[in-house]
Design a protein around this ligand. Structure first.
Ligand code: GTP
Ligand code: MG
Length: 182
């Protein structure tokens, strides 16, 4: 399961919250994660899976450069995933991608571009809104609706800080790789 999204959206924090251990380095300043990091996770009796923390897009550069940067990263990841699929060991044989977007800012262009790009890839994908703890009650309702309208997909809102939505996210992570990419 690859975790992608803008720099500082909370990818590494979410992985730490999911595994309840500070395995991934996080930072208040964007551009912290510089390389793809694979975390092997074994939960209960479920088969082991990999959570892949990727560098964020949109850091230090903007516009077309950001999109190109994202493509390079994504292709590197998918290329690697494809090459090792069916192999004896090593990273993912079942892949899926979660796009993280900041719940406070629905509809950022770089996020919408990333989603369009993902929709053209032959992998199951889902969208997660981060930092839910920062929204007021009214915003929760309004932003959830707005996100689903913009992305034309279900959007799960979570908080790495409060833990809200994490159980549901685990269920999505278990389910998503089994879905066929539409
Ligand atoms: P890059 O590695 O630079 O791409 O960033 P990232 O997406 O991995 O973000 P990271 O997890 O490092 O978090 C960025 C900042 O957001 C940190 O200051 C985190 O503490 C904060 N943050 C992450 N998740 C949450 C959350 O659920 N709630 C709140 N309030 N802050 C969060
Ligand atoms: Mg990170």
């Amino acid at each position: 399961m690859a975790i992608v999204g803008r720099s500082n959206v909370g990818k590494s924090s979410l992985i730490n919250a999911l595994v309840r251990r500070p395995v991934a380095r996080t930072s208040a300043a964007p551009g912290k994660t510089r390389l793809a990091n694979f975390y092997r996770v074994q939960r209960g009796a479920a088969p082991a899976l990999y959570l892949v923390d990727l560098p964020g897009y949109g850091y230090a550069r903007g516009g077309d450069d950001a999109a190109r940067e994202f493509n390079t990263l994504a292709e590197a990841y998918f290329g690697r995933a494809t090459n090792t699929a069916g192999g004896r060991s090593g990273p993912p044989t079942e892949i899926a991608v979660l796009l993280l977007v900041d719940s406070r800012h629905p509809g950022l262009e770089s996020d919408l571009d990333a989603w369009d790009w993902l929709k053209a890839q032959p992998v199951p994908r889902g969208i997660v809104g981060t930092k839910l703890d920062k929204l007021t009650r009214a915003e929760r309702v309004r932003h959830a609706r707005e996100l689903e309208r913009l992305y034309e997909a279900p959007v799960l809102l979570v908080s790495a800080q409060s833990g809200e939505g994490l159980e549901e996210l685990w269920k999505l992570i278990a389910r998503l790789p089994k879905e066929t990419a539409a």
